[in-house]
Design a protein around this ligand. Structure first.
Ligand SMILES: Cc1cc2nc3c(=O)[nH]c(=O)nc-3n(C[C@H](O)[C@H](O)[C@H](O)COP(=O)(O)O)c2cc1C
Length: 310
């Protein structure tokens, strides 16, 4: 082949019909119409949406608008996103639960996973919440933010005619987007440890991401292999650029080099924001020189504010 790449036509479902996009394998739990059963549908187009800087964290789900899942979210506003570990058997169950047209009762008939009570349900006995799956690696318990894009008036219909929303609720004739506030994240202990106490090869979270419906014939998914770890490049020695940024701040507050060394790992786009936070603290506390000691006080204050917010 002389060409470096071959351009492909971009068509519906381009993420798997015209390209290979890594995606998670999840089963989303929603309540059926009368709230007596949790139905689980297979979903992969579910990604982080608000990751910082808002009052809450959120995922976005792209979903067929006549699915059980879309109906469950429109009616009850709640769902659970269950991340399924890879095995051929698990993958087969996900593909079965991805078959359009089955009712929640039909779907759950020979289901191999075990639905159990969610955290939200444990904390609130008055309302009904969808269940979570015992076998999941991690679970997000979510609430649909229907006030965004004025979507709260969207109701379950068999067919949707316009006008459609831009990004939340019913967004096209066949499609829906749901912005889902994350109420709880639950992790199996092994993977909790990987995040909190240190990641090792042995506790690396084996989530399948390399899967797709290919050639209009088969669902493919690769199994998980050994992870590799690469250390963060050690670029923190160069203080010059941070000192330069600190000196350019519109203030008479000064930083010692030891103080600046504590923020060498802050990504550059956030550096000014972090420095301004320190200057604001200094002004409030009549401090003119910020040393390592003041940086520690500021960091502790920030950490406790974050904790309170939760
Ligand atoms: C692994 C897998 C992932 C899927 N991901 C999505 C998705 O992200 N969005 C979507 O609308 N349909 C997706 N589908 C198709 C849905 O699962 C299908 O519409 C199914 O009927 C939904 O179930 P429900 O009606 O119980 O919600 C996927 C199917 C499979 C097998």
């Amino acid at each position: 082949m002389d060409e470096l790449f071959k351009e492909i036509i971009i068509k519906d479902n381009f993420y798997q019909s015209s390209s290979f996009v890594p995606m998670p394998l999840t089963l989303i739990g929603t309540l059926n119409e009368d709230g007596t059963l949790t139905s689980f549908g297979a979903y992969s187009l579910v990604f982080p949406y608000y990751i910082a800087g808002k009052d809450y964290y959120a995922m976005i789900l792209e979903c067929r608008n006549t699915s059980n899942t879309a109906k469950g979210i429109l009616r009850h506003k709640k769902c659970t996103i269950n991340f399924i570990p890879y095995s051929k058997k698990n993958f087969k169950q996900c593909v079965d639960n991805g078959f359009p047209g089955d009712t929640p009762e039909e779907k759950m008939k020979d289901f191999i996973f075990t639905p159990v009570e969610s955290n939200s349900q444990k904390l609130d006995k008055e309302h009904k919440f969808p269940k979570i799956l015992k076998e999941a690696i991690q679970v997000f318990e979510c609430t649909w933010m229907d006030e965004l894009d004025d979507a709260s008036k969207d109701v379950v219909k068999e067919e949707y005619e316009g006008p459609y929303h831009n990004f939340n609720g019913i967004t096209s004739r066949f499609g829906a987007h749901f912005i889902l506030r994350i109420d709880h994240i639950l992790l199996k202990e092994k993977y909790y440890d990987a995040l909190i106490n240190g990641a090792k090869k042995s506790n690396f979270c084996p989530l399948p991401t390399n899967w797709g419906y290919r050639d209009s014939k088969d669902f493919w998914c690769s199994s998980f292999k050994k992870p590799d770890a690469i250390g963060i490049p050690n670029r923190e020695v160069d203080l010059t650029s941070i000192r330069y940024a600190a000196n350019r701040m519109n203030t008479d507050v000064k930083f010692t080099d030891d103080a600046l060394k504590t923020i060498v790992k802050v990504p550059r786009p956030f550096l000014k924001f972090v420095l301004q936070g320190c200057v604001d603290w200094a002004n409030q506390n009549n401090v003119k020189l910020i040393t390592e000691k003041e940086m520690k006080i500021i960091a502790d204050k920030r950490a406790s504010e974050k904790k309170k917010k939760k």
